[in-house]
Design a protein around this ligand. Structure first.
Ligand code: MG
Length: 504
């Protein structure tokens, strides 16, 4: 990295402190999810809020803001990396400096309380118990969006937090192009003979946790995850986190009666981790040293999970490994069977369990609801009914309980409005990147041989190394030669699932 501008250098010195504090915060977060004894949660909450306070003070410090303004006013003289540094700091500072402090405090108090009420409400299938907190959070995020500012739609201000430049209009157009063909494919699958005769139930056996952990470690090593710069642990919800440039950790979970989730989960979180492990080393602790957006991040996890992990070719390579690592439960499983059970399509109520065909329909529903809530077009008390109506429309099934419906996801309790669409973007970017990769690499051949290093090198040189240098739209253009286009994902789905379900 070449930084010669004096003001940018001073900014980077202060930013480094913010980055180090964020890594300490992430370390506490990892520990909370993996190790925390039950009685320690109050103590941990005070540690986290103290650190958060210091980080906020750094972001709002007068000297820092003055330096930022000065650097910004001389932007035209700066090089590409310096410009990106300024752009990213401006973006981070916006959240802290445009939203009044008391709103941020209220948000943090409301959401930490709401996390608990949401959990209880979900356990007891009691939406009314969560409703007062949810209403408060929606109101707060309407205020936050107004402070952040937007051009066309209030929801744009929130979308932009997770994916720079993302707008409601863009999402609406995207989902209008995705939804009809996906629904059509789903209907064709459901009408197919293969669907009607398939028996993809696998929980008639048990899959020892130890076998599953060995498998997870094997595939992680296979895709190139560096265990000397990371760890694999157990947590209730799988995640990836960055505690330092050489400390990129992942977690997984293991179900005794199903080996699939820990397999795809390790590929998914491993994909996130490979992105972070591949960023230029001298970007560490600078505003360039992290994945650029949630959408691009998710493209890397979905690429390894779906384009590789659920491909016939890679499963063919892994078949003898499955035999060896599950000597009692999967001694003779065939590639065809592995492929079928890992690509089983079925409309389901729960997003996180959805297959590749139906997954984005779950997101379309959440996008429409969030946009309605943030703009005051949907009343929070009507959510359970609206949820059911939209489920019927998109997936043809209706949840009997709110637990399997509107209460299933944690996001709204934490105020993460605008987050969901990035999951769909990730799927779309992944397909478009794969299309570009295929022009240069014979990836089917590489996957069959388990030679994934060549694939990783392609991702490293085209995507990973840049960290947050390019915004998502620029990066996609640079890598694939065009803007994000849903046709690559739709073609991928059509080609793969028409073959699996023998649809002509
Ligand atoms: Mg993910």
């Amino acid at each position: 990295m070449k930084v010669s501008d004096k003001t940018v250098k001073s900014l980077l010195e202060i930013y480094k402190e913010i980055s180090l504090l964020n890594k300490i915060l992430a370390t506490l977060g990892w520990d909370t999810n993996v190790n925390l004894p039950p009685k320690a949660s109050q103590g941990r909450a005070s540690q986290v809020s103290y650190l958060t306070k210091i980080i906020t003070e750094k972001w709002t410090d007068g000297k820092f803001i003055k330096l930022l303004e000065k650097a910004n006013s001389q932007k035209s003289k700066l090089n590409l990396e310096e410009k990106a540094i300024i752009r990213n700091i401006k973006r981070g500072a916006k959240i802290y400096n445009k939203i009044p402090k008391e709103i941020l405090v209220e948000e943090s108090e409301t959401t930490s309380k709401a996390f608990v009420t949401w959990k209880v409400a979900k356990e007891n299938n009691d939406f009314a118990y969560f409703l007062p907190d949810l209403k408060k959070i929606i109101k707060l995020y309407q205020i936050i969006a107004d402070h952040l500012g937007y051009k066309d739609n209030r929801y744009d201000a929130l979308l932009d937090i997770y994916e720079p430049g993302l707008t409601t209009a863009f999402c609406r157009n995207l989902f209008s192009k995705l939804q009809p063909p996906l629904t059509q494919t789903l209907k064709a699958i459901q009408k197919s003979k293969v669907y009607k005769s398939s028996n993809n139930i696998i929980n008639d056996s048990s899959y020892p946790i130890d076998d599953q952990r060995k498998m997870a470690a094997f595939v992680l090593k296979g895709i190139g995850y560096d265990f000397d710069a990371g760890r694999l642990d157990i947590a209730p919800h799988p995640f990836e986190t960055q505690l330092g440039r050489f400390d990129i950790r992942i977690t997984n979970r293991y179900k005794g009666n199903d080996f699939r989730e820990s397999f795809t989960g390790s590929m998914h979180e491993g994909g996130h981790a490979l992105y972070e492990q591949g960023i230029k080393e001298d970007y560490a602790n600078t505003p360039l040293g992290g994945g650029v957006s949630l959408g691009i991040h998710e493209s890397q996890s979905r690429f390894w999970e779906n384009q590789v992990g659920r491909s016939f070719e890679f499963l063919k390579f892994l078949t003898p490994i499955f035999h060896a690592l599950y000597p009692n439960s999967l001694p003779k499983i065939e590639t065809e069977k592995l492929f079928a059970i890992l690509n089983d399509v079925k409309p389901s109520l729960i997003r996180v369990e959805a297959d590749e065909v139906t997954y984005n329909l779950h997101i379309a529903l959440r996008f429409e609801i969030e946009e309605g809530l943030i703009n005051g077009k949907i009343k929070p008390e009507d959510l359970p009914q609206i949820w059911k109506t939209k489920m019927k429309k998109y997936l043809g099934i209706i949840p009997e309980t709110d637990k399997e419906g509107v209460l299933q996801d944690v996001h709204w309790s934490g105020g993460s409005f605008g987050y969901f669409p990035t999951y769909t973007l990730g799927n779309l970017y992944a397909a478009q990147f794969t299309h570009a990769m295929k022009k240069e690499l014979n990836i089917k051949n590489l996957m069959t041989k388990g030679e994934l290093g060549t694939i990783l090198s392609w991702l490293r040189s085209n995507i990973h190394q840049y960290g947050s240098l390019y915004y998502p739209a620029e990066l996609v253009k640079k890598v694939t030669g065009e803007k994000l286009n849903s046709k690559y994902f739709l073609n991928y789905i059509k080609e793969k699932y028409h073959a699996i379900y023998k649809i002509s």
